[in-house]
Design a protein around this ligand. Structure first.
Ligand SMILES: C[S@@+](CC[C@H](N)C(=O)[O-])C[C@H]1O[C@@H](n2cnc3c(N)ncnc32)[C@H](O)[C@@H]1O
Length: 314
């Protein structure tokens, strides 16, 4: 059996939906931002559609595939048609990082939140209980604290909160207790340490997956950073231009929906006379989220949890 390359195994989700929804204007310099580049699957198609002299900016916190992704972008960006700006950074730094490049307004921005399935399959930072390795889980290992900081330092009630808030895990209390008991003997430093602690409560793969996901979300501050970044993105979008967010689980989708809903309201306080002076800033173009077609799910079963929402700046 021949082993497929990373490129062949990575399939971008809702690719046509994202690319078809973008309008490239002829009379404006299009400034498009991809906040989650990874293998440049979406990015390559976007660049094909863009005009000469447009600007394409990408972010990614994880630099493991940057070489491959940059190579893919260069292949489609023949004769340097589009100016490409690389920003190896967390997208929570969106506003500051763009300001450093003298960009204060953008015309299109999209997110493909979370991690790629290849991260789970074979990455070296152990996002999954299926592989033995250090308990890290950071997208960017040069900053922040690894997941082992949570298992070895957080109080039991904090671990319970993470498991409940991030995956509504019904066995949160018991699993947190198992982690604390385990670390009394020896700190949890590897995925095996964590998996063994979870397995004293449940051996079900679904439970293990959920605990790993909850720790990963906390380790990378995924929801807080996505909230901050999407709100900042809306503030720097030009009027009449677009925000597209693809999410993979209900927490990300709920967050996107809440931010978009809030930004469609003129007042967000509950005072009798408004004191927040919040002004609506977007129009939601997807009353119901965009979902993958049956055909896409057949070709890529992992796409079945994807949902996308689109909004335009007023
Ligand atoms: C689902 S993959 C994106 C796949 C990409 N759209 C494609 O088609 O190839 C998500 C990427 O977002 C990155 N990522 C996740 N959270 C991030 C954050 N807060 N800041 C920057 N990059 C982030 C991950 O490192 C990963 O490479």
């Amino acid at each position: 059996m021949t082993m497929k390359s990373i490129e062949e195994r990575h399939i971008s989700v809702l690719l046509n939906e994202l690319v078809d929804s973008i309008k490239i204007f002829e009379d404006t310099k299009n400034i498009i931002v991809d906040c989650t580049l990874w293998m440049a699957g979406h990015a390559s198609k976007m660049i094909e559609k863009m005009n000469a002299w447009d600007i394409f900016i990408w972010f990614d916190a994880d630099e493991r595939n940057l070489k491959l992704a940059t190579q893919r972008l260069n292949e489609v960006n023949k004769d340097n048609k589009v100016e490409i700006i690389l920003i190896h950074s967390n997208f929570v730094n969106l506003k500051e990082a763009l300001a450093e490049k003298w960009i204060t307004e953008i015309t299109w921005i999209y997110y493909d939140l979370g991690l790629s399935s290849l991260h789970v399959d074979e990455a070296d930072r152990w996002f999954s209980f299926r592989e033995e390795g250090p308990l890290d889980m950071r997208f960017d290992a040069s900053t922040g604290k690894p997941a082992s900081f949570i298992t070895n330092v957080y109080r039991k009630d904090q671990i319970v909160d993470i498991l409940r808030n991030y995956w509504e895990e019904s066995q949160a209390e018991a699993i947190a207790k198992a982690i604390i008991n385990r670390r009394k003997q020896k700190p949890l430093e590897t995925t095996t340490d964590l998996t063994e602690a979870i397995e004293t409560v449940s051996k079900h793969p679904k439970v293990k997956t959920r605990v790993y996901q909850a720790l990963r979300i906390e380790t990378n501050h995924e929801l807080d950073y996505a909230k901050q970044s999407i709100e900042d993105a809306i503030s720097i979008l030009c009027s009449g231009w677009y925000l597209f967010v693809i999410s993979f689980h209900s927490l990300e989708d709920r967050l996107t929906k809440q931010i978009m809903k809030k930004e469609t309201r003129d007042c967000i306080c509950s005072d009798l006379i408004c004191s927040c002076h919040h002004k609506k800033s977007i129009k939601i173009l997807t009353k119901k989220p965009i979902l993958p077609t049956d055909e896409e799910i057949k070709q890529n079963p992992r796409s079945r949890s994807a949902k996308a929402r689109l909004a335009v700046k007023l």
